[in-house]
Structure formats: structure tokens, C-alpha cells
Design a protein around this ligand. Structure first.
Ligand SMILES: Nc1ncnc2c1ncn2[C@@H]1O[C@H](COP(=O)(O)OP(=O)(O)OP(=O)(O)O)[C@@H](O)[C@H]1O
Ligand SMILES: [Mg+2]
Length: 252
């Protein structure tokens, strides 16, 4: 492959009071790829996301985004470089509508915040973009309902639209199908595939059907270290991966 490297880590390490949650990880995410991070609970996947987005500062090691060093940069600086993430735990406002969530995400992106949101709301200038984002995740018909009335799968779709609102070059999705039934899982696979076009996606998911459907490349973490890496069809037959993770995951 000749594409550029979107995100690279070198010997990236995060210790919490001497415990290595992420331990000397070398990761290379190619531009335009969907790169999955998998591994058992506590393997360090979310911590790695926190490191890549500046929410957590590394103990040692380095991170580059399109060859620029971002090591130790705070979240807003990393975000300005085009890296955006979703969270493992849902964090929406039940009384606001989907439309208002997307408007707020767009207002946040401009850095002008809440007052800008109020003025934009009155002027309606962002409306076409808001409509397009809601349509992209299938929420157009529900745009003006309070989020508290949405089904779980719809809330997760809304969260994806909030990441998309930042128009990121690199999207980090932490368990986008967590807690979903089969139907929502398949809908989310289609959605992620669509929004991944022209973007780089790093995806954490425990569902191997999701990983197998979406990922060009898979990195398997165990106890903070890279256990294996390759295409899905390579890592899924890797004995170490089966022992450490898949054996459990597929019969869970
Ligand atoms: N802020 C923190 N302080 C102390 N320990 C932490 C902190 N954050 C994470 N850890 C520990 O680091 C390890 C890795 O956690 P992490 O959340 O990254 O795992 P994960 O791979 O995302 O797991 P899961 O699949 O359950 O989401 C765990 O042992 C966790 O308890
Ligand atoms: Mg996690």
C-alpha cells in the first residue's frame, strides 16, 4: 500500500501508578483505512484512544498525525488537526433534540460556542448542514424529538453524527455497536462503512462480525501490548489471538 500514515505511535506507554495500561505500542494507521483495535476488557483500547486524542498524556513514547508530532497536545489542539472521537459511554442530553445536538457540535467546532449557537439558531444559516448530517445517519425524520424519546440505536447514530459534524480526517469510534441488537448492529455497520468513505477510521469493537465486516486491518491488544496485527482473516486464525481473546469473545 502506498497511502500515507494517518496516525502513528512509537513505543507509546501510559502508566497509572506504575500499572502499564498501554505498554510500548507501535501502531500505524493508514490513511483511508478502517483500522480495528480489539482485545479483552482492560487491554488498553480506550486508554489508547484517550492518548491519541490528547485526553490523557503519555508516560513515554510519541504520537504523530500525518507525520506531525502531537505528543502531549491537549484535546482541542489534536481535534483541530482533524482527529475526532466518539465515546464508549453514551453522553447525550435527554431534553435536547437531535437537531440541537448537531447545532451545538457545529458551534463547538467554530470555537465560538454557545452564544454563536443562539445566533446561528436564529439565523438558520447552518440549517442545510445540520439537515445533511442528520440525514446521513438516518435521523432526519426524528430531528426535532427530544433525545430522551429516541431508541438506543438512534442515540448511537446521533453520536456518530456529532463526530461527523467535526468533519474529521481521522475518526476514532469506541464500541459504536456496544449494547445493540443484531438489526442495529447491521445498520451501524452500513453507516460506518458509508461515513468511512474518504476518511480514516480507528474502530474499537468486541463484535467480530463488525470487525470482520469493516476493518482493513486489525491490531489485537492484550494487557496494553500489541499481541498481533494483520488483516482480519489473518488475525482470526492466529493461535495467540484465539487463546487470548477470540476463544472467549466468540463463545461469550
Ligand atoms: N484513569 C485510570 N486510572 C487508573 N487505571 C486506569 C485508568 N484508565 C484505565 N485504567 C486501567 O487501564 C486498563 C486498560 O483500560 P481500558 O479502559 O483502556 O481498557 P479497554 O481495552 O478499553 O477495555 P474495555 O474493552 O472493557 O472497554 C484497565 O486495567 C483499567 O482499569
Ligand atoms: Mg474501552
Amino acid at each position: 500500500m502506498t497511502s500515507r500514515v494517518a496516525v502513528r505511535t512509537r513505543a507509546l506507554t501510559k502508566e497509572f501508578r506504575g500499572f502499564r495500561a498501554v505498554d510500548a505500542v507501535d501502531l500505524e494507521v493508514r490513511e483511508g483505512s478502517v483500522h480495528a483495535l480489539v482485545g479483552p476488557n482492560g487491554a488498553g483500547k480506550t486508554t489508547l484512544f484517550n492518548l491519541l486524542t490528547g485526553f490523557v498524556a503519555p508516560t513515554s513514547g510519541a504520537i504523530t498525525v500525518f507525520d506531525e508530532d502531537v505528543t502531549g497536545e491537549p484535546p482541542e489542539r489534536v481535534a483541530r488537526r482533524g482527529v475526532a472521537r466518539s465515546f464508549q459511554i453514551t453522553s447525550l442530553f435527554e431534553t435536547l433534540t437531535s437537531r440541537e445536538h448537531v447545532e451545538l457540535a457545529l458551534a463547538g467546532r467554530t470555537g465560538r460556542g454557545f452564544r454563536f449557537w443562539r445566533s446561528e439558531k436564529l439565523l438558520g444559516r447552518e440549517r442545510p448542514r445540520v439537515d445533511a448530517l442528520l440525514a446521513e445517519v438516518g435521523l432526519a425524520p426524528l430531528a426535532d424529538k427530544p433525545v430522551g424519546l429516541l431508541a438506543y440505536g438512534q442515540k448511537r447514530a446521533l453520536e456518530l453524527s456529532l463526530v461527523l459534524a467535526l468533519d474529521p480526517r481521522v475518526m476514532l469510534l469506541d464500541e459504536p455497536t456496544a449494547g445493540m441488537g443484531t438489526e442495529d448492529v447491521d445498520r451501524t455497520i452500513d453507516l460506518v462503512r458509508r461515513i468511512a468513505a474518504g476518511r480514516t477510521v480507528v474502530l474499537v469493537d468486541h463484535n467480530m462480525h463488525v470487525v470482520g465486516s469493516l476493518a482493513d486491518r486489525v491490531t489485537v491488544l492484550q494487557q496494553g501490548r500489541v499481541l498481533a496485527e494483520g488483516r482480519y482473516d489473518e488475525v482470526r486464525v492466529d493461535e495467540r489471538v484465539i487463546t487470548a481473546y477470540l476463544g472467549r469473545a466468540e463463545h461469550a
